[in-house]
Design a protein around this ligand. Structure first.
Ligand SMILES: NC(=O)c1ccc[n+]([C@@H]2O[C@H](COP(=O)([O-])OP(=O)(O)OC[C@H]3O[C@@H](n4cnc5c(N)ncnc54)[C@H](OP(=O)(O)O)[C@@H]3O)[C@@H](O)[C@H]2O)c1
Length: 327
């Protein structure tokens, strides 16, 4: 088999190398998957730079999320057989031709899913559903502000909030990204590179502010968005793509009777597997009903992982980037 190897996380994406490595056998409770497609999530970029909260021991194969076909099963694996199409979120191992992972991190791929959609689904939709529906208890008729709305988790958040009957204000850094968010169903958009986020939110919500804010960006956007939140608002801390972890004056939470909610989907999936499975069932049903579908703007061969990381690191990604193993 072949895989991208990260031997030195200090070196970032440029330090990755495509290597011929022995094909591993699955142990007890494990499965070997022939990978057909893998998608990039921002944490993949952080992991190969040694900047993520989880730091695998080098050398390791990056790539948290993938889809493919079960090729071998270890002892004790009951729910998956050789030949089953699966989607998986294993944290690492996805950027290669094959991977061995615990059977528990794989789910059979419903027939309606292509491998590309299957590889671009679990993390973004799992995170956004857990955040909006579980943590923030979003209700139909409420208004959601999505920051970084044209990115991976952002596009999933727009679709999920719309499927739940909410009104969506999508905010992004260019008119082009805002137009894409509108195509995905956003009711209104704000370009935060050229506009004033607070003033535009006031105008779009008759001074009330959004009930829920979904924030995967961080940096200086966070305080402006939090100052705009509605009474009893819920502020979802998703991530810090801008690179800076912001601090907030806590009196703002008191003044609005607002909640700050942390979201860590990977840990939720590990600690609460039954709750996560229920979320994924709802998401699969919405996919089948045509209510949600990953926006995949870039499909590249697996050999172009470094180019894919460049797109992500320079804010050029709209929706998801998927890498394909051809043949
Ligand atoms: N909490 C969780 O469980 C969880 C799960 C998955 C991902 N995340 C986090 O969510 C965030 C987004 O992940 P993603 O996979 O959706 O990434 P993505 O597709 O690259 O989207 C990130 C968005 O952030 C904005 N951004 C602002 N400054 C940026 C910068 N300096 N570099 C790159 N992007 C920048 C960009 O939108 P604009 O150009 O429009 O500003 C971009 O579309 C990351 O921080 C990630 O770690 C958290």
């Amino acid at each position: 088999m072949h895989a991208w190897i990260c031997s030195n996380p200090e070196a970032g994406p440029e330090g990755l190398s495509w290597q011929d490595v022995p094909t591993p056998q699955p142990g007890k409770g494990e499965v070997r998957v022939a990978i057909k497609a893998a998608s990039l999530n921002f944490p993949d970029l952080l992991i190969v730079q040694g900047k993520y909260q989880i730091k695998p021991n080098p050398p390791f194969v990056p790539g948290a999320e993938f889809a493919g076909v079960v090729e071998a099963v270890g002892d004790g694996v009951k729910h998956l057989a050789v030949g089953t199409s699966v989607a998986g979120f294993a944290g690492t191992g996805g950027f290669g031709t094959h991977t061995v992972c615990p059977a528990a991190v794989l789910m059979p791929l419903p027939p309606a899913f292509s491998f590309e959609d299957g590889a671009a689904f679990l993390c973004t939709y799992g995170t956004s559903y857990h955040a909006l529906m579980d943590r923030a208890a979003l209700k139909a008729g409420e208004t959601v502000l999505v920051l970084g709305a044209a990115g991976g988790v952002g596009t999933a958040a727009i679709q999920i909030a719309k499927a739940a009957g909410a009104r969506v204000i999508a905010a992004a850094s260019s008119d082009d990204k805002c137009a894409l968010c509108q195509q995905l169903g956003a009711d209104a958009t704000i370009n935060y590179s050229t506009g004033n986020l607070r003033e535009e939110l006031k105008a779009l919500t008759e001074g009330k502010g959004p009930d829920v804010v979904y924030d995967p960006v961080g940096g200086d956007l966070t305080e402006a968005a939090f100052r705009s939140i509605a009474w009893r608002g819920r502020y979802l801390i998703i991530g810090f793509a801008q690179g800076q972890i912001p601090a907030l004056p806590l009196n703002l939470a008191l003044l609005k009777g607002a909640s700050i909610l942390g979201v860590f989907w990977g840990e939720f999936a590990k600690r609460e597997p039954a709750n996560n499975a229920a979320c994924l069932m709802q998401l699969a049903a919405w996919y089948m009903e045509g209510k949600i579908k990953p926006l995949i703007e870039h499909t590249l061969p697996m050999s172009q992982l470094k180019e894919a990381f460049t797109l992500m690191g320079t804010r050029q990604v709209r929706g998801k980037v998927v890498l394909i193993n051809e043949g």
